[in-house]
Design a protein around this ligand. Structure first.
Ligand SMILES: Nc1ncnc2c1ncn2[C@@H]1O[C@H](COP(=O)(O)OP(=O)(O)O)[C@@H](O)[C@H]1O
Ligand SMILES: [Mg+2]
Length: 420
């Protein structure tokens, strides 16, 4: 059984889209596939038309049960989506998992223990992770053999990538296990020069640690999710479907390669699957060091790549375009008495902000559209801590350029702003 966690701290980079459609494409290849939603926002169920009100038990009950002596079996919460494809849905309670398991021993191994009980039932398990590094993501990592990091092919996604990989490296070190980390270019827009240039640079710098397949920006993927269907059902002729088919095939093909290579993966293959104490300390050290090198070099590549683009605009991106991008500051910052919000939504019709500073009424605070998909707004706010979300064409979401987030009572993420 190969277990793959889809991780990126950034919300909106395509984790859920990748999780749903990759799981469905793997199942289409005849592999027994389980999709586990570890994000309390429960978007996998939404994207697969599993009615929220009918979800009586979720992965939360299974995880908690595994530590409470009244285990809920994984089979009891599963939804059959199609042939070979099952979903373990999330629920909002998952937001309380960290708090509920406070003081419980071994709480980072709940998912790993649960999956050990179904080891023989599946070929692939895909885990959709929340956009934060907490106990839920750590549980996913502990249970995983592989991590996929979806990365949008834009300058600012590269910016966060290096730090992201550093965090993963720290987490993997704590896990004491070999995890194969691969970068996946997602939401690639071939029509933009920046997209093309960045993909070329990613390929050069991440050779061997990046999927050959790229997931293109395809509105059919968005439509499929809003109708609750995987792309293979909604539009099998679409670009989106072809991309996920190819990703699934690339992943499955790498199964055999993993076994053949004389790399750290081979070391991993020799390990007994769940009998961790049996691994000799020296072997474990070797695995961790190799993984750490692997991650550090990916992270260093990301930094180099970023520096290269900054210092050599002519090479990477048309100079004017790059200057525009670099001089911009996306996100939120304080400038004198005002707070400036700047964001990028090239396809949006209108962008609003709702927060505790306007009683969460977005129509009071519209952002102004600039050129090239940029939206901005300056607000005068008294010193203090504020929570806010962006409302993009009616859809509420966290500010994609502000990494300071906090989960709200609905299991979604508010962006946080501190005015001094
Ligand atoms: N390749 C893509 N092409 C078009 N839209 C996409 C693509 N990937 C994701 N989206 C859309 O972008 C939004 C955020 O994607 P999602 O998968 O929910 O991200 P995350 O799980 O990382 O928050 C959703 O509206 C989704 O439909
Ligand atoms: Mg998601």
């Amino acid at each position: 059984m190969r277990t793959i966690a889809v991780i990126n701290q950034k919300g909106g980079c395509g984790k859920t889209t990748v999780s749903i459609n990759l799981a469905s494409a793997i199942a289409d290849e005849g592999k027994r596939t389980l999709l586990i939603d570890m994000d309390p926002q429960g978007h996998c169920a939404v994207g697969l038309a599993v009615p929220d009100e009918q979800i009586e038990q979720s992965i939360y009950d299974v995880l908690l049960g595994s530590r409470r002596g009244e285990p809920t079996k994984l089979a009891e919460i599963l939804w059959e989506i199609s042939d070979n494809f099952e979903l373990a849905p999330a629920s909002i309670d998952l937001a309380a998992f960290e708090q509920q398991t406070n003081g419980t021993t071994d709480r980072e191994n709940c998912l790993k223990d649960v999956l050990a009980t179904v080891e023989r039932n599946y070929d692939y398990v895909i885990i959709d992770c929340p956009p934060a590094v907490g106990l839920l993501t750590f549980n996913a990592l502990r249970a995983s053999t592989d991590v996929i990091v979806p990365v949008e092919t834009g300058y600012f996604s590269l910016h966060g990538l290096s730090r992201q990989l550093d965090t993963l490296s720290i987490l993997c070190k704590q896990c004491s296990q070999h995890i194969n980390v691969m970068v996946l270019a997602s939401m690639y827009d071939i029509r933009t020069k920046m997209g093309r240039e960045i993909l070329a640079e990613l390929r050069k710098n991440f050779a061997g640690r990046m999927f050959w397949t790229v997931v293109n920006f395809n509105t059919k993927l968005k439509e499929a999710a809003s109708l609750g269907q995987p792309i293979c059902e909604y539009d099998p002729a679409s670009r989106g479907h072809k991309d996920f088919q190819s990703l699934a095939q690339e992943l499955i093909a790498s199964d055999t390669q993993v076994g053949q290579k004389q790399t750290i993966s081979t070391v991993h293959k020799q390990m007994p699957p769940v009998t961790e104490p049996a691994i000799q300390t020296s072997k474990r050290k070797e695995i961790i060091e190799a993984l750490d090198d692997n991650l550090e070099s990916i992270s260093a590549s990301a930094q180099e790549l970023l520096a290269g683009i900054k210092n050599n605009p002519a090479k990477a991106i048309a100079a004017q375009n790059l200057d525009d991008k670099l001089n911009d500051f996306y996100g939120v910052r304080q400038l004198g008495g005002a707070v400036r919000f700047i964001t990028l939504y090239p396809r949006a019709q209108n962008v609003q902000i709702a927060g505790d500073f306007n009683n969460w009424q977005p129509n009071k605070t519209m952002m102004q559209q600039g050129k090239d998909g940029k939206w901005e707004l300056a607000l005068e706010l008294a010193p203090g801590k504020y929570r806010y979300r962006m409302v993009v064409d009616g859809q509420w979401q966290q500010d994609p350029y502000n990494e300071n987030i906090e989960m709200n009572p609905f299991g979604e993420y508010n962006s946080i702003l501190e005015v001094k």
